[in-house]
Design a protein around this ligand. Structure first.
Ligand code: GAP
Length: 547
C-alpha cells in the first residue's frame, strides 16, 4: 500500500476514532461544539486504561506519592494567588476583513515555521550547525538577544559569521529572518509588548489565511479562564472559575495531605481531573480542547534539592512513555530557554505527531512560588517542619517546600496512543488483494483484551463460548461476537486493538481446547481453555509495563 502522507494519515485516525466508537464531536446532532469532544464506548475504556497506567506508575509504585480528587470549583482567590486572573492570557488579534480572531503569537509562529522550512535545503551538517547557533542565541540574556537583532537583520551581515559559515545563501536569508523573528517575538511576549507584536505581524507581512489581507486590529489580551456564577441567582452572586489546571487543587491541599497522611519530604500529591481553557485557536482534533483532562503530580522537595528532583522526574516520565513500546525517536525533550516567572527549569516531552513534534507533557521546577502565593493570599502558613538533620547535624527546620511538577494531558496521550497504534496493512498476495486496519495498542491499554467467537451459532458452540466468557470476564474486558464469518470478526477486532481472539469450534466441545489468534502476528494456536487466563493475563499485565 502506498505510504500515506501525514495529513491523510491523521484524517484517517480521526475518522477511525469516530467509526469505531472512540471519539465523537460533542453535541454532534446540533452540528457540534467547537473543541469539545465526547469519548465513546471504546474511547472511555482506552482512556481509563491510560489513567490506570499513569495512576499505578505515579501513585501505587511510589510509597511517597498519594493521589487526591479535588473539586473543579475553587475559591476565586486561588486564581488571584496563582496568577491566572492577571496573567493567564493569550494575545489576540482580529482580521478586520474576515472578522476572524487569531492568537498573535501563533500567527508569528506559523511565519517562523514557514521561514525555517528552508532548512530542508541545508545539508545535515549545516542544519546541525544552525541549530547550535540558534540555541546559542536563544540562550543569551534578554539584553544580549535584543542587542543582537539589529546587526543580524542587516542584509550585509549575511554569511560573515566565520564560526557558522552556512553555504546555502538563498535559504540562509529565510532561515536567518526566521531566527530574528523568533527572538523578536519572544522578547515582545516576555515584556507583554502588544504593540510590538502587532508591528511584527505587519513588518513580516503576515496575512489572514481566510481573507488573505493584512488589515489587522491592535493586539489585545484575552483571559483563557471560563467563569460562571456561584449560587442560585446570577445577580449579586460571586464569580467563580472552572479550573484551568488541576495543580492548584493540590497546592491548596498541601497541608491537609501532609498532615493527615503524615507525609515526609520529599513526597508527591497526584490527581487526574478535568481542566477548562477558553482556547481561542482550538484545532487538531483532541490536541487542543476547551474541556480536557490532566494527570498532574506535584512533588514537594527541600529547597536546594529541586534541580536533582527535576532531573529525576524528567527521566522517569520519559521512561513511562517509552515503556509502551513506542519507537524512541518519536519522543524528544524540549528544554525551555525562556522560563515562566515562577520556574527555574522546565522541559516538555514532545511526541512526533503527524503535524510535527508537539508537547504531550511538561515537567516544571516551580520553586516555592505557588505555596508562597497561597500563604500570602490566604494568610495561612504553608510551611513544613523538617526534622531530618542537615550536613551540620541540625534539623532542616521550617521552610516552604520547592515543587517539581509533572503535567500530562490525558487527551493528548490518548491521541498519541491512537496515532502510534494506527496501521493500515497491505496483506495482498499474488492471488488476491487484501488489507486490514490495525490498532497495535499495547495489550494493557487495549479496550477489549479478548474477543470470544463461537465458530457457528448452533451445536452448543455459543453456550460453550459464553461459558468461557463468564469465566474470563472477571479479570478481562471481553467481547462476545457470533455474527459474520470468522475472518470478518477478526478484522473488526484488529481495528479496535483487541490483542486476542478465541474461536470455539466443535473440537472444543470434545477436548476443551480453543484456537487463540494473536492480533499483531495473526498467528493462531490451539490451547487448553484452562490456560487462557494465564496467556491473556501475562500479555495484558500491568506488571510487565511497570516493573
Ligand atoms: N499545571 C501545569 C500546566 O497546566 P500546561 O503546559 O499548561 O501546564 C499541561 O498543561 C499539559 O496539559 C500539556 O502538556 C498538554 O498535554 C495538556 N493541555 C494543555 N492545554 C490543553 C488543551 N487545551 N487541550 C488538551 N490538552 C491540553
Amino acid at each position: 500500500m502506498a505510504q500515506k502522507n501525514n495529513d491523510e494519515q491523521f484524517k484517517n485516525v480521526i475518522s477511525h476514532a469516530k467509526e469505531y466508537g472512540f471519539v465523537f464531536q460533542s453535541s454532534e446532532i446540533y452540528d457540534g461544539l467547537s473543541a469539545v469532544y465526547d469519548y465513546g464506548q471504546l474511547g472511555a475504556e482506552l482512556k481509563n486504561n491510560i489513567k490506570t497506567y499513569w495512576w499505578k506508575a505515579m501513585v501505587q509504585m511510589h510509597e511517597n506519592i498519594v493521589g487526591i480528587d479535588s473539586a473543579i470549583f475553587m475559591h476565586p482567590k486561588v486564581w488571584k494567588a496563582s496568577g491566572h486572573v492577571d496573567g493567564f492570557n493569550d494575545p489576540m488579534i482580529d482580521n478586520k476583513d474576515s472578522k476572524k480572531r487569531y492568537r498573535a503569537d501563533q500567527l508569528l509562529e506559523n511565519k517562523i515555521d514557514e521561514l525555517y522550512s528552508e532548512l530542508a535545503n541545508f545539508s545535515a551538517e549545516n542544519k546541525a550547525k544552525f541549530e547550535a547557533f540558534q540555541q546559542e542565541i536563544l540562550g543569551l540574556s534578554d539584553e544580549g538577544q535584543a542587542a543582537w537583532i539589529p546587526g543580524f537583520k542587516d542584509e550585509e551581515t549575511i554569511l560573515d559569521n566565520e564560526k557558522y559559515p552556512f553555504v546555502d545563501e538563498v535559504s540562509w536569508r529565510f532561515v536567518k529572518k526566521g531566527l530574528a523573528l523568533e527572538v523578536e517575538m519572544n522578547l515582545a511576549l516576555k515584556s507583554e509588548n502588544l504593540a510590538q507584536l502587532k508591528d511584527l505581524i505587519v513588518d513580516y507581512k503576515v496575512i489572514c489565511p481566510i481573507s488573505k489581507t493584512s488589515n489587522w486590529t491592535d493586539v489585545r489580551q484575552f483571559n483563557l479562564m471560563f467563569s460562571t456564577q456561584f449560587g442560585a441567582m446570577a445577580e449579586g452572586s460571586d464569580e467563580v472559575y472552572l479550573r484551568p489546571e488541576t495543580a492548584q487543587g493540590i497546592f491548596v491541599n498541601f497541608l491537609n495531605v501532609q498532615k493527615s497522611g503524615r507525609m515526609k519530604i520529599p513526597f508527591g500529591i497526584a490527581q487526574i481531573g478535568k481542566a477548562f481553557r477558553n482556547e481561542v485557536i482550538a484545532r487538531q482534533f483532541i490536541m487542543r480542547m476547551r474541556e480536557f483532562e490532566q494527570m498532574e503530580m506535584q512533588f514537594f522537595v527541600r529547597p536546594g534539592e529541586d534541580k536533582k528532583w527535576f532531573e529525576y522526574w524528567k527521566e522517569a516520565r520519559l521512561k513511562w512513555h517509552k515503556a509502551l513500546g513506542t519507537a524512541p525517536e518519536k519522543y524528544r525533550y524540549h528544554d525551555h530557554v525562556k522560563l515562566a516567572h515562577y520556574a527555574n527549569a522546565a522541559t516538555d516531552i514532545e511526541f512526533e505527531f503527524p503535524f510535527g513534534f508537539k508537547e504531550v507533557e511538561g515537567i516544571h521546577s516551580r520553586t516555592d512560588f505557588d505555596l508562597k502565593q497561597h500563604q500570602e493570599f490566604s494568610g495561612k502558613k504553608m510551611q513544613y517542619f523538617d526534622n531530618d538533620l542537615n550536613e551540620e547535624g541540625k534539623p532542616y527546620g521550617n521552610y516552604i517546600p520547592y515543587v517539581i511538577e509533572t503535567s500530562i494531558g490525558l487527551d493528548r496521550m490518548f491521541l498519541l496512543t491512537m496515532i502510534n497504534a494506527f496501521e493500515e496493512q497491505d496483506l495482498s498476495t499474488e492471488e488476491k488483494q487484501d488489507s486490514r486496519t490495525l490498532l497495535r495498542l499495547h495489550p494493557a491499554l487495549a479496550p477489549y483484551k479478548v474477543a470470544i467467537f463461537p465458530l457457528t451459532k448452533k451445536d452448543g458452540l455459543p453456550e460453550k463460548a459464553r461459558e468461557i466468557m463468564d469465566e474470563l470476564k472477571f479479570d478481562f474486558n471481553c467481547i462476545y461476537e457470533e455474527k459474520d464469518a470468522i475472518g470478518k470478526r477478526y478484522r473488526r477486532q484488529d481495528a479496535v486493538g483487541t490483542p486476542f481472539c478465541i474461536t470455539v469450534d466443535h473440537q472444543s466441545l470434545e477436548d476443551n481446547t480453543v484456537t487463540i489468534r494473536h492480533r499483531d502476528s495473526m498467528d493462531q494456536e490451539r490451547v487448553a481453555i484452562a490456560d487462557l487466563a494465564g496467556i491473556i493475563g501475562k500479555a495484558t499485565s500491568w506488571k510487565a509495563l511497570l516493573a
